[in-house]
Design a protein around this ligand. Structure first.
Ligand code: SAH
Ligand code: SF4
Ligand code: F3S
Length: 410
C-alpha cells in the first residue's frame, strides 16, 4: 500500500527546500503527498530553532502528534531540521513515539537514515524533485562560516559547503522545464557562494541564461559579500531581480561589533547606496534589544532605517540561544524590547506605505503568479485589470497604491 506523507515545515526558505528534498527520498520509496495529517501515514516535521519561540512551536507540534500516532498503528513521525539538530536524541527520551530524528546536518545521509530505520520499502531511482508553482527553489550552499554572537544557525547547520555549479544549473534547468519561471537561489550567506572560478555573480548570470528562466532571485545575502562584480551583474542583467533581502540586524556600529557582523554603519550605508544605484529595492531583518543595545544604539538603527528607506523589514526581539556567546550576556528588560519593537514596527509600516506610493506612475514588468496578480522585479505585488496566463510577463503602468498592493493599467 502506498504511504502518504504530510509535510509540516517551519522556518526559512532553506527549510522549505530541504523538505522538498526529503520528500523526494520518500517519493523514491513509493510515498505520495498527503493534503492533511488525517489522511497521512507519515508526518515529516521540518523545524526551526532560530529564536526560542520557533523551537517551542516545533516541539509543541510534535507533542500534539502523540494522539495522531495512536489513532492508527504503523504511523511514522520524522522530526527533522534545525531544532532536531539542536535537541538531538534528548527528544527520543521525551517523545518515545518519535521514529526518526534527522537533524539539519544530516541532509546528505537522510536516505541512509530511512533505510536504517527499516520502516520503508527500498528506494527506487531518485527522480528529479517536482516543482509546484512559479518559483523553483534551488539550494546552492549549506551552512554558515560566520559566527554572529546571537545566532544558532552555524551550530545546527555547520560550516559552508557550496554545491557544484554544474549540479545547480542542472537543477535550475529541470525546474524551468517543469514550468518554473523564477529561480530562487538559496543559502544562509548565499552571496558567499564560490565553486572554483565560479563566483556568485557568475552563477547568477549563468542561471539567468537557462532556457525558460525569466527571473532570478536569491536569499539570504550577507552585506560583506556585496562586491563590485555582484553589483555589475545586477546592473547589467535584467533577469536578475532588482530586489535584495539584505539582513542588517542593527544600525549601530557598537552593536554590530558586539554581534560580530563584520561591518560598520558607514560600510552598510555605502553598500546600500551602491545597491540603490543599481536600481535595487532593499528589504531587511533587524534585531531589537541585543544585550548591549543602548537607547542611542537603537536611535542609530531608526535613523539608518530612515536613510535606507527599506520597503519592508522583518523585526525581531532578541532571543538568547543556548551555546551562543551572546547568551552569556545580561538581558535587557522585556519591556524595553517590546517598546523598541513597537517603535520600529511603526516606522517600517510607514516606510513601506511610502515605498508603495512612490511606485505610482512607473512602468513595470509583472511576472504573473495568479491570473490577476504578480510581482515586479522590485518585488512589489501588483493587481492587473485583466486576467493573464500564470507565468507570463505583462508590461503595466502603476496607477494606484493601497497598503501593500499596487494596481495597474495594462
Ligand atoms: N543568514 C541570514 C539570516 C539567518 S536567521 C543572515 O545572515 O542574515 C534569520 C534572521 O533571524 C536573522 O537575519 C536575524 O534577524 C534573526 N535572528 C537570528 N538569531 C536571532 C536571535 N537570537 N534572536 C532574534 N533574532 C534572531
Ligand atoms: Fe547566523 Fe550570522 Fe551566519 Fe547569518 S551570517 S546565519 S546571522 S551566523
Ligand atoms: Fe530556522 Fe534553521 Fe532556517 S534555525 S531560520 S530553519 S536555518
Amino acid at each position: 500500500m502506498t504511504q502518504k506523507v504530510f509535510l509540516q515545515t517551519f522556518g526559512c526558505q532553506m527549510n522549505l527546500a530541504d523538505s522538498d528534498e526529503m520528500f523526494n527520498h520518500l517519493r523514491a520509496r513509493g510515498a505520495q503527498k498527503a493534503q492533511t495529517p488525517e489522511e497521512a501515514d507519515i508526518i515529516l516535521v521540518n523545524t526551526c530553532t532560530v529564536r526560542e519561540h520557533a523551537e517551542h512551536r516545533a516541539v509543541s507540534f510534535l507533542g500534539r502528534l502523540a494522539k495522531w500516532k495512536k489513532e492508527r498503528p504503523g504511523r511514522i513521525i520524522i522530526f527533522a531540521g534545525c531544532a532536531a539538530q539542536r535537541l538531538g536524541n534528548q527528544l527520543k527520551k521525551e517523545f518515545p513515539f518519535l521514529d526518526i530524528v534527522a537533524g539539519a546536518k544530516s541532509m546528505d545521509t537522510f536516505s541512509a537514515l530511512l533505510d536504517k530505520s527499516g520502516l520503508f520499502p527500498p528506494a527506487q531511482e531518485v527522480l528529479p524533485p517536482q516543482t509546484e508553482g512559479l518559483t523553483g527553489y534551488v539550494t546552492i550552499m549549506r551552512g554558515c562560516d560566520f559566527r554572529c554572537t546571537y545566532c544558532i544557525v552555524p551550530y545546527v547547520r555547520g560550516g559552508v559547503k557550496c554545491l557544484p555549479h554544474e549540479q545547480i544549473l542542472q537543477e535550475a534547468a529541470q525546474k524551468a522545464a517543469q514550468g518554473a519561471k523564477e529561480i530562487m537561489l538559496l543559502g544562509q550567506t548565499v552571496n558567499a557562494y564560490r565553486d572554483g572560478d565560479v563566483s556568485f555573480a557568475d552563477l547568477l548570470n549563468r542561471v539567468s541564461q537557462v532556457p525558460g528562466v525569466e527571473r532570478v532571485r536569491f536569499m539570504s545575502p550577507h552585506p560583506a559579500y556585496i562586491t563590485p562584480d555582484f553589483l555589475a551583474a545586477v546592473r547589467d542583467n535584467p533577469k536578475i531581480a532588482k530586489h535584495i533581502h539584505l539582513p542588517i540586524q542593527s544600525g549601530s556600529t557598537a552593536v554590530l561589533q558586539a554581534m560580530k557582523r563584520g561591518y560598520t554603519r558607514e560600510i552598510l550605508l555605502e553598500k546600500l547606496a551602491a545597491l540603490k544605484a543599481c536600481g535595487m529595492t532593499v528589504s531587511t531583518d533587524i534585531i531589537v534589544g541585543f544585550p548591549t543595545e543602548t537607547e542611542q544604539d537603537f536611535q542609530d538603527t531608526l535613523t539608518l532605517v530612515d536613510e535606507a528607506r527599506f520597503f519592508a523589514a522583518y523585526c525581531f526581539k532578541y532571543s538568547p540561544r543556548q551555546g551562543t556567546p551572546a547568551a552569556q550576556m545580561e538581558l535587557l528588560p522585556e519591556q524595553t524590547l517590546e517598546e523598541r519593537l513597537d517603535i520600529l514596527l511603526n516606522k517600517v509600516r510607514d516606510l513601506s506605505a511610502r515605498a508603495y506610493t512612490a511606485q505610482v506612475g512607473t512602468h513595470q514588468q509583472v511576472l504573473m503568479e495568479t491570473e490577476n496578480k504578480g510581482r515586479t522585479s522590485n518585488n512589489f505585488w501588483v493587481k492587473t485589470t485583466k486576467n493573464y496566463k500564470i507565468g507570463s510577463v505583462v508590461p503595466v503602468e502603476i496607477t494606484r497604491a493601497d497598503g501593500t498592493l499596487l494596481f495597474a493599467k495594462e
